[in-house]
Design a protein around this ligand. Structure first.
Ligand code: CP3
Length: 346
């Protein structure tokens, strides 16, 4: 979608700006991934990180759900830890587990040793993937990055974590060092997101997936300032900013205030209740990804409930978190059709 004017009455961007378009737009977090057989076929020949680092392949994977599902937005195929790769961190993404950091950051020296991210030098494949995708996709492209708290959790824990205990320990016992880490990560994330928008991404999503493990007070003190610096630092580019985390019911107002145009909501908070917390921002969400294993009539009833609570205006239909790998893509396709037809009727 190369012409900016072609976006003029685009349903996804209209909803991001709080409006009501021709239909309620729909896309799915993790729409590009293991639920699609064509993705799994490519993964037999390439590692996840190789797909991320090869622009033609990353763009191809991003296009797969557009062809099969008819969604209203494309998300760049990449991972939140790609920013860390660009900062010189040695890591892998292990199937079924997630990111594994070979030498977790534990000391002041480790943190001082983090480099500065220059996207075109350190992760040039990201902007190149976006450029190819923007040329090939007929819908807006969403760029993304992980927020500093979530990235710090991977860096410090060394991998996925249930309690984030080492991360929170650093945060509470060495607040100055924590702040330095947050600032370094925020400047890297901002640089990456700016370069994705400059390469043609029409919107960005900042994933603070694990922020919901923080109390509102700790979130405000230890995580929000860095996310705010990123979201505010993108404002001049004019691309809508989506801000998402899991289990963030008590944080929604703060996440909106951090500078989001759209607040992503997981399935735990009904959208009408979320609406009251986000001060006029648009909402994205929030069907439980596990509900997609129910019989078709039950799924569509749940979809209708999300649409009703979303209110038809300033609502981007999505799941409350990523598509689970065993999901039948045919169910995803039917949801897209259902959302489109239901909202065209109203
Ligand atoms: O379709 C899309 O949404 C775009 C691609 C995308 C991926 N990761 C691809 C991926 C996006 C937006 C992400 C973001 C991401 N990565 C987040 C934030 C979103 C969220 O889920 O909360 C987080 C926390 C990560 C870290 C990460 N990477 C996890 C937890 C995992 C899953 C582990 C697993 O195997 O279940 C990954 C790996 C990953 N990222 C896969 C994909 C398609 C699976 C890779 C594979 O083995 O093929």
């Amino acid at each position: 979608m190369p012409e900016m004017s072609a976006y003029a009455d685009d349903p996804f961007l209209t909803a991001c700006h709080g409006g009501k378009g021709r239909w309620t737009p729909v896309w799915f977090m993790r729409q590009a991934g293991r639920s699609l057989p064509e993705y799994r076929a490519l993964r037999e020949r390439h590692t996840m990180l190789d797909l991320c680092r090869t622009p033609e392949l990353a763009a191809e994977v991003s296009l797969q759900p557009l062809r099969r599902l008819g969604v209203d937005a494309a998300i760049l195929f990449s991972d939140i830890v790609v920013t860390l790769l660009g900062l010189g961190i040695s890591l892998d993404i292990e199937p079924g587990l997630g990111p594994v950091i070979h030498e977790p950051l534990r000391s002041k020296e480790d943190i001082a040793g983090l480099g500065t991210l220059v996207p075109e030098r350190d992760i040039p494949f990201v902007a190149e993937s976006v450029r190819i995708l923007v040329r090939e996709a007929h819908v807006p492209v969403i760029g993304f990055a992980g927020a500093p708290f979530t990235l710090a959790s991977y860096l410090i824990e060394g991998g996925p974590s249930r309690h984030h205990a080492r991360t929170k320990n650093l945060m509470h016992t060495e607040p100055e060092l924590w702040r330095e880490l947050m600032e370094r990560l925020a400047s890297a994330v901002l640089a990456s997101l700016r370069s994705q928008v400059e390469a043609g991404a029409a919107a960005v999503q900042l994933f603070d997936s694990w922020a919901g493990t923080l109390s509102p007070r700790d979130y405000e003190r230890y995580a929000l300032p860095a996310s705010q610096a990123i979201l505010e630092g993108l404002r001049d580019l004019g691309a809508p900013r989506i801000h998402f985390g899991v289990g963030t019911g008590e944080l929604l107002a703060l996440m909106a205030d951090a500078g989001a145009d759209v607040v992503g909501v997981d399935w735990r908070v009904p959208l009408d209740a979320a609406r009251a917390r986000v001060g006029g921002r648009a909402l994205q969400g929030n069907l439980d990804p596990a509900a997609l294993f129910a019989p078709a009539d039950v799924v569509m009833r749940e979809v209708d409930d999300v649409l009703k609570r979303g209110g038809g205006k300033g609502h981007i239909f999505n799941l409350g978190h990523g598509v689970l790998p065993d999901t039948d893509p045919e169910v995803l396709r039917r949801i897209v059709d259902h959302v489109h037809s239901r909202t065209e009727e109203t």
